[in-house]
Design a protein. Structure first.
Length: 296
C-alpha cells in the first residue's frame, strides 16, 4: 500500500511517498503558491507526479499549520492565511477523487515519531516543535488525538506556569494573550530573553555555542530557558503523564538540553519525581511530512 504525505507550509509544499514498511519511495518539494485554488492545484500536481512515477495509487494525508474546525469543517488558526475559512480536506478530496485526511502539522510530527521514530512503540507521545514559534501534538497508539475542539496539544498558548515576578505580564503573544509559553520557550523567545539581558545572537543554537565557550550571559540565559522549558513540560506531565516527550524544531538540536532537563523536571512535577523521557526526534524536518503519510 502506498501512503503519501503532504507538508503544506507557508513557503514550501513537500510530498513524500512511503511503502508499507515506511521506506521512502518518492519525495519532492515545490514553492507554496500563496492562493487557495493554486495551492490545491499544486498538491494535486505532486500527487499525480508521484503516482505516475511509481506506477501506483495511494492514500493522501496533509499536515497544515492550523486545524480543521470540527464544527464548521473549515480551516482555522493557520498562519498560511489563504487556506483559512476553506474546507481543505473536502476540496482536495474532490480534486483527487478520494478521501483526504488533514491534521495539524505538530500532530503529524507526533504521529511520525510514534509510529517509527524516536517514540516508536510508545502508547502516548507528546511531540513538541520548538522553532520560530512553539507547537505541540499528541499521538495515542500511533494516531492523532485532535480533541473535541480540534486543538489537542496547543499547550504553547497556555500561560507559562509558576511565573516569577519579572516574567508576569512581560510578553505579548500573537494570539492576543500575554505570557504564553510560546513567548518564552520558542527559539524567538530564547533569543529575546538573551538580548534583553545584554547579549546579541541570531539564534538559540548560537547562544548554546557561546555557553559552551564559557560566556556568562549565554550560560545564564540557557539556565533560565531550561527552567522555563521544565515548568512548561511539567504542566503536560501533571495532566497527561505521557510515555515520552519528543522535541523537534531548531531548538531541539541543542544537545545540552537533554542531559540537563531531567534534573530540573522533578522540581515542578507533582510528587517531586519524574522519569518521563525527553528525547530528540529521529526524522528532523521530515517528521511532519512522514506523519501526514501515517495519518492512514
Amino acid at each position: 500500500m502506498l501512503r503519501m504525505g503532504v507538508d503544506l507550509g507557508g513557503t514550501k509544499i513537500e510530498l513524500v511517498a512511503l511503502n508499507e514498511d515506511g521506506h521512502e519511495l518518492f519525495r519532492k518539494r515545490i514553492p507554496t503558491p500563496r492562493e487557495y485554488q493554486a495551492t490545491l492545484a499544486a498538491i494535486e500536481s505532486l500527487v499525480v507526479e508521484a503516482e505516475t512515477t511509481l506506477g501506483m495509487t495511494g492514500t493522501v494525508g496533509v499536515g497544515i499549520p492550523g486545524v480543521i474546525s470540527p464544527f464548521s469543517g473549515l480551516v482555522k488558526n493557520a498562519n498560511s492565511t489563504w487556506i483559512n475559512g476553506h474546507p481543505l480536506d473536502v476540496d482536495l478530496g474532490q480534486q483527487l477523487d478520494r478521501e483526504v485526511r488533514v491534521a495539524n502539522d505538530a500532530n503529524c510530527f507526533a504521529v511520525s515519531e510514534a509510529v517509527d521514530g524516536a517514540a516508536a512503540g510508545k502508547g502516548m507521545v507528546f511531540g513538541v516543535i520548538i522553532g520560530t514559534g512553539c507547537g505541540a501534538g499528541l499521538a495515542i497508539n500511533g494516531k492523532v488525538h485532535g480533541g473535541n475542539n480540534g486543538i489537542g496539544g496547543e499547550w504553547g498558548h497556555n500561560p507559562l506556569p509558576w511565573m516569577t515576578a519579572d516574567e508576569f505580564n512581560s510578553t505579548q503573544c500573537f494570539c492576543g494573550n500575554q505570557d504564553c509559553i510560546e513567548t518564552f520557550i520558542s527559539g524567538t523567545g530564547f533569543v529575546r530573553d538573551y538580548k534583553a539581558a545584554g547579549g546579541d545572537a541570531p539564534s538559540g543554537i548560537e547562544i548554546a555555542q557561546r555557553m559552551a565557550q564559557g560566556e556568562t550571559l549565554a550560560t545564564a540565559a540557557f539556565n533560565r530557558y531550561i527552567d522555563r522549558l521544565a515548568r512548561a513540560l511539567a504542566h503536560v506531565i501533571n495532566v497527561l503523564d505521557p510515555d515520552v516527550i519528543v522535541l523537534g524544531g531548531g531548538v531541539s538540536n541543542i544537545e545540552a538540553i537533554y542531559p540537563l532537563l531531567p534534573d530540573v523536571l522533578p522540581k515542578y512535577v507533582l510528587g517531586g519525581e519524574c522519569r518521563t523521557p525527553v528525547v530528540q526526534n529521529m526524522y528532523g524536518g521530515s517528521s511532519g511530512v512522514r506523519g501526514a503519510a501515517w495519518l492512514w
